[in-house]
Structure formats: C-alpha cells, structure tokens
Design a protein around this ligand. Sequence first.
Ligand code: HAM
Length: 421
Amino acid sequence: MAKYTRLTGTQDILPEEQRYWEHFRQTVAQVALDYGFDRIDLPIFEMTELFARGVGENTDIVEKEMYSFQDKGDRDITLRPEFTAGVVRAYIENGLHVQPKPVKLYSIGPAFRYERPQAGRYRQLHQYNAEIIGESGPMADLEIMLMAWDIYARLDFQGLAFQLNATGCPACRPTYIETLAAHYRARQDALCDDCLRRLEQNPLRLLDCKREACQGHIAAAPKITAHLCAECDAHFAELRGFLDDLGRPYTLNHTLVRGLDYYTKTVFEVWAEGIGAQSAVCGGGRYDGLIELIGGPATPAVGFAAGIERAVLVMKEQDVEVPALPTPPVYIAYLGDACRQYAVRLLVHLREAGLGAQIAMGGSLRSQLRHANKRDARFALIIGEDEMAADVVMVRDLHAGDQETVAQDALIATLRSRLDA
Ligand code: HAM
C-alpha cells in the first residue's frame, strides 16, 4: 500500500496513456498551424483578482472552485481555473494590441477547479485554449467554431453536435435578465435553494439548473433570442447564416448560459457521444467586454477551450484509432560481460549517427530479446564473441522476423535502408 496517494480529482497520466494525450496534442498543434494561431504560454498562477473580476464574482468558479492562497509575500494568488483571463492579461501587459488584428493565440496546459470529481470532471484538468482578439464581426465567431469542430473531426469523433446560443450584450441583456427574473419570482415558492440564490445573484444561471423539479421552470422561461437588441440579433443571424451555408448542423439551445460571466453575444459548446448526455468536450464564446474590464482598450474577442481529459475519454469510448508512440528502432543485446564494452561503443556510434538506440543493462540474451520486443524495437543487434572478433553484428529484424550478419562499417547504411523500405 502506498503511503502517499494522489489527491482527489487528480490523475497520473501513465506511460500507456500517453499516446492518447500525444495524439490530441499533435492534432491541436496542427489545427493551430493550419488556422494561423500563435502559441502563448502563461504562468499557471495569477493574481486572484484577475479571475475574480474576469470570470465573475458570482460564478461557481470564483465562489467555490478556485485554488486560492496567499504566498509567502502575502500576495493573493490563484491557480488558473481557465486560460482566457490570463491571455487577456498578457495581451494588455505585453502590448499585443499593437500587432495587426485580429491577434490569434492558443495555449495548452493544466487548469484547476475544486469541483466534485466524476467521470470527465477533475480538479486538475487540461485545456487547449484558443482566442481571436480584436475582431467584432461574426466571421471570427465562425472561425472559432470551425476550429473547435475541426479538432474533433480530425480525431474522427462520432456524434458531434454544436450547441449554440446568444447571450446578448450590455444593451439588451439587463432587460432580458429582468424578464427572466420576473418569470422566476412568480414561481419563487417552487424553486430549489440553488435557484433562489441564483435569482438574487446571477439570474442567467437559473437556466443551468440540473434539478428535475426545476426543468419545467426552464422550459417555460423567456428565451433570450427573443430579447436581443438589433445588433446582437443581426450578429447571431449572420453567424447562423454562415453555419447554414456550410451545412454545419447546430442546435439552438436557450439554456446554454456557460459558467463564466464574461460572455457577450455568441456562446457555444461541442458535444460528442461517449461521455454521457450533455457533456461538452469544448465550450466558448464571445467576450467583447473582458479586455476593457481588465484595464485594456475596448477590444472585442472570441475563443474556446477544449478539455483534454474529456477528449481522451471519448477516444477510448469511441475506439478511435490512436497511433502508437514512436520508439527507438534499435535495441542492442549482447552475450555476457565480455561483449559489454564493445556493445556500449556501438550504442554511442549509432546515436552519433542519429539512430535512436537503447541497450540491455544485463541479463541473459533471452531476457534481453524479450525486452527488445516489449520495447517495440524494430531491430535487435546481437553481439557475441564471434561477432566481436569478426567485427560484424547480427541484425535481427523483429518486425520482418529475419536476421542477417552485417559488417560493422555497413551497419548504419543497412539499418537506414531497412527503415526507409
Ligand atoms: P469551460 O466551458 O469552463 O470554458 O471549459 C472548457 C472545457 O474544459 C469544457 O468543455 C471541458 O471539456 C473542460 N473542462 C472544464 N472543467 C473541467 C473539469 N473540471 N474537468 C475536466 N474537464 C473540464 C472555459 O474554460 C473558457 N475559458 C473557454 C473560453 C475560451 N471562452 C472563451 N475563450
């Protein structure tokens, strides 16, 4: 029994899991390249106030889920619960607004939320995050949605669906929220405790209540799309026009309100089969007020984040074909201590020539060869005293199942030509 165990809601990503993660990382890196996004890496912790202001004081994330602490210099610090606030902070602080717009940035890494752990929900999670900053038109929303979709299409996920909603802007949302709150106030006696609290603090979140008893109130609630101002309405219509034109299916979902307060206009999620109903593999939207809120010039922006753990779950659930990780092609095996030094010299020689190689650390030839197979080496090079004396190497091709004796000075060329064949 281990004395120390990992903390609830965290995972060890063991070597046999890595190919799923690498497949995801390679896919998103290629998508970013194809869509013209630049990479940005940010600190994992930031000032607590950045998230409190950016994500919103009355969100679950800020109220209940942040890993916040004081450092030894009495600064209030939080492990990032998401990337967007940090990207915006970096955009302002590093003067990225002087670059030609839109600025397109992506990041990848861990984030932290003290959530109730369950399938697909962790306390240390990993996201791939992409933002388009400096463009107000719906083409940027479209581009972000296409990019999000493309990740899962390239991963060959089945049963993909866009969930789409509009959340209005400071001109139209307050009136809608009033209307929504009035609808709920009229049913106050029938609301759950959480909804009563949301009614006071963050009425939009009323639409996100998961309790069975509250579903009737949600179904009967006024829809924001009927209360949008002319600008938000036109923006939403144009975005849907693009999606319709491309034949991309989406579901208008008036209960999609998302858990972060910075959204304006478009919000969306991508749902995929395999992680339970209504589980998003990714989510995002437009946040035209955030940069100004955090102290920068008024700048529109839109983005999304894709959870890696959920993508890995779907890969497994849907039996997605995931390539094996590359292994060094050569494994050097030798007979006894007498050949060891010769084998080490050969190892270094191969590596200097740019061939990946590993060597047995000891044991019988049989166990060495078993290890070579286990490590998925393409070639076992076998050295015995006879080979040493004749300056040759026995090359066993573990994939083809044949073997040949090769002169030392022809070894690299032989291995290369077999690898290239
Ligand atoms: P979010 O919806 O909170 O959005 O998170 C995005 C994705 O991260 C989710 O769809 C899910 O796949 C994954 N995720 C979130 N929480 C967890 C968790 N506890 N465990 C595992 N996976 C999780 C954001 O974070 C926004 N910053 C997205 C964005 C970028 N909006 C604009 N730009």
